[in-house]
Design a protein around this ligand. Structure first.
Ligand code: ASP
Length: 595
């Protein structure tokens, strides 16, 4: 058998961005995109761009023929060209090399680009909708390309670190059975099993647990997950997690492993971080910061001012205290300087988070001012620990209202007063989450993490009488107020798993139907096991210094869960639906199904 002679037909070229002054004198061929073009009195210069950078090709009328010159003068920006010639030094510093050309071929002429790729310094980006619609052009921007080069390196580092530690990379199905992670599933109808559906995985949770039952011992996957959640800024319906599970582990093992991995990832991006990370219990985090993912780059800790208001006739706080609530708030040193408008804006945030208002108490020239001041005793300023010029911002009510409201206020005060140090990184483990949360309206119990999370062994006795007081062996890793990931030690005992299902309102029949394969697995001899999942897109975004997750996902969706570039989702022909045994409840107008 003979093979074609590839060498004779190869289009392999030099890389534009790789030509150096050491290449001067060489005859080379480069392929790239026309990034920019200048015509200086008949002498045409083309900036050619590829993945590695830019080289300038010079078409000097004294050297190249008229046809080539004409072609160079006519070629459109963003066209793909092949240029051949001699490398010459670029005066005066000669750091970059130029290409004095002999030949030009236009391989891929470009229509006038819908959005510019090359921008002048300071020129704003086109609107994001335009950039998403013409994604192939946007991805040509060196900044975006840089993000993907970093993302690639982070992936390789993840694989290296984990496989060096004996973790096996295993792929789990995309067409799967629903796994509850608290969001809605994307469903895929089965053609061959009429009326039945697969779910796209919200996470590989059950599969990774079953791999532990199978004795794989240490697993990881850079896993694509799908969650059909309501629109929120900077969430993607499909996203990538570094998913990890290990057997015979306790939380400390997972903390140490995760810290090693994050250290390596940050180092890959040129940043040294310090491990181990500090830890804070969930209860402390909510008490001191009103949030289970506190930003520790600045202070503004919450404090309890209930005692200062107890017994006062001030109606707002009295009603809250009588109903068993508290008065909590933050002290803003020098906050008296905030304008009324700024404080009104803070109040609007507190109200948006559910509070009925934001109480202001200010100290000025030794006296307290604000609506509550006249109801307070003379030593209240002391009790509130306010100095002249300080401001206390308070919320009265039950903790589940004041915590989120004060969390929002705290973050905004830090932003407005510029209290967030630019370069600091505060990693934190939040530990000992509650196992369950009770729905304030229906009173039913829900899982805080997911139903497979193990209770702390010393709390198991509370499961019967006080399930909401049971702590979980669950943890989140947080950076500067953002959750990077979370995980837990899992329930390995099938009877305990069944009991937790029951508390969650999943009876035996339902448990068998939904999670029978897990329960069966646990009955087959399950090692103690646990793990974590880290949001890979978020890590890449943070390390790239990108403003949006969409800047580190090659083909992202909008907040309306649409892919603008390829136009998904889209209606499908009636016939396709029939084959899938699916009928639309209402016909969808063609126009309304597109953006
Ligand atoms: N499966 C969980 C999640 O996706 C993470 C874990 O518990 O490992 O959030």
């Amino acid at each position: 058998m003979t093979y074609p002679d590839h060498a004779a037909t190869t289009l392999r070229t030099h890389r534009c961005g790789a030509l150096r002054s050491t290449d001067v004198g060489a005859h080379v061929r480069v392929g790239g995109w026309v990034h920019g073009k200048r015509d200086l009195g008949g002498h045409v210069f083309l900036d050619l761009r590829d993945r590695d950078g830019i080289v300038q090709a010079s078409f000097d009328p004294a050297v190249v023929g008229g046809d080539t010159l004409e072609l160079a003068a006519a070629v459109g920006r963003e066209s793909v060209v092949l240029v051949e010639g001699e490398v010459v030094a670029r005066p005066p510093d000669g750091r970059n090399a130029d290409l004095a050309t002999g030949d030009l071929r236009v391989l891929g002429p470009a229509a006038t680009p819908a959005i510019p790729v090359a921008r002048a310094r300071g020129e704003p980006l086109p609107a994001e909708e335009q950039r998403l619609r013409h994604r192939y052009l946007d991805l040509r921007r060196p900044e975006l390309l840089g993000n993907f080069i970093l993302r690639h390196q982070l992936m390789q580092t993840t694989r290296r670190v984990l496989s060096e530690r004996g973790f096996l990379e295993v792929e789990t199905p995309i067409l799967t059975k629903p796994t509850p992670e608290g969001a809605r599933d994307y469903l895929v109808p089965s053609r061959v099993q009429p009326g039945e559906f697969y779910a796209l995985p919200q996470s590989p949770q059950l599969y990774k647990q079953l791999l532990m039952v199978a004795g794989f011992d240490r697993y990881f996957q850079i896993a694509r997950c799908f969650r059909d959640e309501d629109l929120r800024a900077d969430r993607q319906p499909e996203f990538t997690q570094i998913d990890i599970e290990a057997s015979f582990v306790a939380p400390d093992d997972i903390y140490a492993l995760t810290e090693d991995l994050l250290l390596a990832l940050w180092r890959e991006a040129g940043v040294e971080i310090r491990t181990p990370f500090p830890r804070m219990s969930h209860a402390d985090a909510v008490e001191r910061y009103g949030s289970d993912r506190p930003d520790l780059r600045y202070g503004l800790e919450l404090f309890d001012a209930s005692d200062v208001f107890r017994g006062s006739e001030f109606v707002v706080t009295r009603a809250a205290l009588d109903a068993g609530g508290r008065v909590r708030g933050i002290r803003v040193r020098g906050g008296g300087a905030l304008s009324r408008k700024q404080v009104d804006a803070l109040e609007a945030l507190a109200k948006g988070a559910g509070a009925s208002g934001l109480l202001r108490v200010k100290r000025d020239a030794g006296a307290l001012t604000g609506p509550a001041a006249k109801y307070l005793s003379p030593d209240a300023a002391h009790a509130l620990d306010l100095a002249d010029g300080d401001l206390a911002l308070l919320v009265a009510g039950p903790d589940h209202i004041s915590s989120p409201a004060l969390d929002r206020v705290r973050q905004e005060v830090a932003r407005v007063l510029d209290l967030v140090p630019a370069e600091s990184r505060c990693f934190l483990w939040v530990t000992d989450f509650p196992l369950f949360e009770r729905d304030p309206v229906t009173g039913t119990l829900g899982a805080v993490h997911h139903p497979f999370t193990a209770p702390r062994p010393d709390d198991e006795a509370l499961l019967g009488q006080h399930p909401e007081r049971v702590h979980a062996l669950a943890y989140d890793v947080v950076l500067n107020g953002t959750e990077l990931g979370g995980g837990s030690i899992r329930i390995a005992d099938p009877r305990l798993q069944q009991r937790v299902f029951e508390l969650l309102g999943i009876d035996e029949a339902m448990a068998t139907k939904r999670f029978g394969f897990l329960l069966e697995g646990l009955r087959a001899g399950a090692p103690p096991h646990g793990g974590i999942a880290l949001g890979f897109d978020r890590i890449a975004m943070t390390l790239a210094g990108a403003p949006s997750l969409r800047d580190v996902i090659a083909f992202p969706k909008t907040t309306q869960a649409r892919a603008l570039f390829e136009g998904a989702p889209s209606p499908v022909p009636e016939q396709d639906l029939r084959e899938l045994h699916v009928r639309l409840a209402e016909p969808v107008a063609e126009a309304s199904s597109r953006e």
